[in-house]
Ligand binder design. Structure first.
Ligand code: SF4
Ligand code: SF4
Length: 344
């Protein structure tokens, strides 16, 4: 992989050039003492040294609410698919979010290709940045998601006075050539990148005491663990853990029809397995009507079901769920470590 250098004084002109180009540039900004991805109006808003954002960048590829079709009712009903996709640059995406997008790429293209997601994805450029100030609840190194070798067009690493830029695709290379002032990276600078990444690993506070490959087997043995009931008693069923998660991709589909019953739209919106009515069915039944089974199901999705279906773990260790959960029970690391202890 080719590597270049952007001096720090040349980063602002690069970002300005991108903002003034034809694509919308989305990046992490400060928001009420935290960070959030949002449209960049000027370079000064961009914070590349953030820990984690409230919501993951997936929301620009798989929006919380999205119209799928518009229809007109009548003797000859008319249906028009809605696929909205525009050129987009996701700037400053951490490796764990890049890994999460790689999972969504597989999930939304397997079995029934999802035209809405895939159209947005095709028009998106991902410019990553290594996470050197991890969130206290993150455990990415345990899942191999603290760095990324694939899934980005460009990847930045802050090495002090400059950024090393790894080129991951021809799209990324073209952007760099067109909009940035760069030079070749030296061996010393590449060694500095490794050193910064190593130092960042030491800043993580949470560790998983089991390898990710062992998780499906561990969960196979843990169906009847007392942990599910004990821990889920405090659950508020608020759904915050699934709303903030970069790997959750469940959605519900609804129709809205105007009062005159002449036209309407079909839309989807995020849904999730921690909400009470997620598994509700006609006739008043609910496959997971109690907190215990919902709590267990989410952990099985994260550590087993998604792995078995798509060959990738359903958790990238970002720690957002643990940060968002008022009941302090949502961290998969805590659950998996506890189950590992129980299994000894
Ligand atoms: S389950 Fe939690 S830690 Fe894992 S990816 Fe989702 S939000 Fe991040
Ligand atoms: S685990 Fe926490 S964040 Fe998730 S639904 Fe329960 S209380 Fe809400």
């Amino acid at each position: 992989m080719e590597n270049k250098i952007i001096e720090k004084q040349n980063m602002a002109p690069f970002v300005d050039n991108l903002i003034n180009a034809e694509a919308e540039v989305i990046g992490p900004k400060r928001k009420d003492g935290k960070y959030a991805f949002d449209k960049l109006i000027e370079t000064g808003e961009l914070c590349l040294d953030y820990d984690t954002t409230l919501l993951p960048p997936k929301m620009y590829l798989f929006p919380p609410k999205e119209t799928l079709i518009k229809f007109e009712l009548g003797k000859e009903p008319e249906v028009e698919p809605v696929v909205e996709a525009k050129p987009l640059i996701l700037f400053g995406v951490h490796p764990y979010d890049i890994k999460a997008i790689e999972l969504l790429d597989v999930a939304f293209s397997t079995t029934n290709p999802d035209i809405n997601y895939l159209s947005k994805r095709e028009k998106a450029v991902i410019i990553g940045v290594d996470c050197l100030n991890p969130n206290p609840n993150a455990f990415c190194p345990s899942l191999g998601t603290a760095t990324a070798e694939t899934g980005f067009d460009l990847m930045l690493t802050d090495i002090g006075d400059s950024y090393v830029v790894a080129i991951g695709s021809s799209k990324g290379e073209q952007l760099l050539t067109k909009y940035a002032e760069t030079r070749e990276a030296s061996q010393v600078e590449l060694a500095q990148r490794n050193s910064e990444r190593q130092k960042a690993l030491a800043r993580y506070k949470v560790t998983l005491n089991i390898s990710p490959e062992e998780l499906p087997q561990l969960l196979d043995k843990s169906w009847d663990s007392p942990w599910w009931k004990e821990k889920s008693e405090k659950c508020l069923s608020c759904g915050s853990c699934i709303v903030v998660c970069p790997t959750c991709f469940c959605f519900d589909v609804q129709d809205d029809v105007t009062l005159n019953l002449k036209e309407g739209e079909r839309y989807r919106q995020w849904d999730g397995c921690m909400l009470v009515d997620f598994a509700a069915v006609a006739g008043g039944g609910n496959f997971r009507g109690d907190k215990e089974s919902r709590f267990r199901h989410r952990m099985y999705r994260k550590g087993k079901y998604i792995w078995e279906r798509y060959g990738k773990l359903g958790c990238v260790g970002c720690g957002r769920c643990a940060s968002a959960c008022l009941a302090e029970i949502a961290s998969p690391a805590e659950t998996f470590n506890r189950l590992k202890e129980e299994s000894k």
